[in-house]
Design a protein around this ligand. Structure first.
Ligand code: DX5
Ligand code: ZN
Length: 222
């Protein structure tokens, strides 16, 4: 995947649930790169959100790639259904996957780009083990489950260490670093300078009075 500039993936978790169609059009017009869709099962995380029908509907209307983040206990069983439903990027949690390499390969064979997510307390070695097999590593900067939480500062040094490791292992042009949770202008600036390529932003984009300004602010961070 190319890493030309910072990409922004607004999370529809923070959109108005009664107006998803209009909401995704609004962030597309405002310059979003991807739509981030948080699938939560009420088991891996203490919240329940979207399933396959919403992904299928969004796929019909969306002009942008769907970045589907599955926070579920059984990704090995369900990930491919989300690819069939329309996920362009399928991110599963390393803490939940039983056979990470096999799952990443199966996602790729189904035609989507595989990504692996790490919770804030998960050692980076889990990312190193999966890096040669995925297109994207997502470092969670909050404990997953809800929008609107505060950014965990340790994420900045974790992004820097991962970025350095990718360079040392000649994977920096193949694997994107995505960061998810509590991102705004200030926290975004610190993680972009540490090496992040894709910023997920729920509250910061969807609750903004001026979504075009919010997205361009994040995209222009250096
Ligand atoms: C948290 C989700 C995030 C969330 C981000 O479990 O994975 O994608 O929507 O929301 P903000 O940007 O409000 O922290
Ligand atoms: Zn997410």
């Amino acid at each position: 995947m190319s890493k030309s500039k910072v990409m922004v993936a607004p999370s529809i978790l923070s959109a108005d649930p009664l107006r998803y169609g209009e909401e995704i059009k609004s962030v597309e017009a405002a310059g979003a790169d991807w739509h981030h869709i948080d699938v939560m099962d009420g088991h891996f995380v203490p919240n329940l959100t979207f399933g396959l029908p919403l992904i299928k509907s969004l796929k019909k209307t969306s002009k942008l790639p769907l970045d589907v983040h599955i926070m579920v206990s059984n990704p090995d069983d369900v990930a491919l259904s989300y690819v069939e439903a329309g996920a362009d990027i399928l991110v599963f949690h390393t803490e939940a996957a039983k056979h990470g390499h096999r799952l990443a390969q199966a996602i790729r064979e189904k035609g989507a780009r595989p990504g692996v997510a790490l919770n804030p307390a998960t050692p980076l070695e889990f990312a190193f083990a999966m890096a040669p097999h995925v297109d994207l590593i997502m470092l969670m900067s909050v404990n997953p489950g809800f929008g609107g939480q505060s950014f965990i500062e340790d994420t900045v040094s974790r992004v820097a260490s991962l970025s350095k490791w990718l360079v040392a292992n000649k994977l920096q042009d193949k694997v994107l670093i995505e960061v998810d949770g509590g991102i705004n202008e200030q926290t975004g600036a610190r993680i972009v300078s540490a090496g992040a390529n894709v910023l997920v932003a729920g509250t910061y984009v969807y609750a903004s009075q001026d979504r075009t300004h919010a997205i361009s602010t994040l995209k222009n961070l250096k």
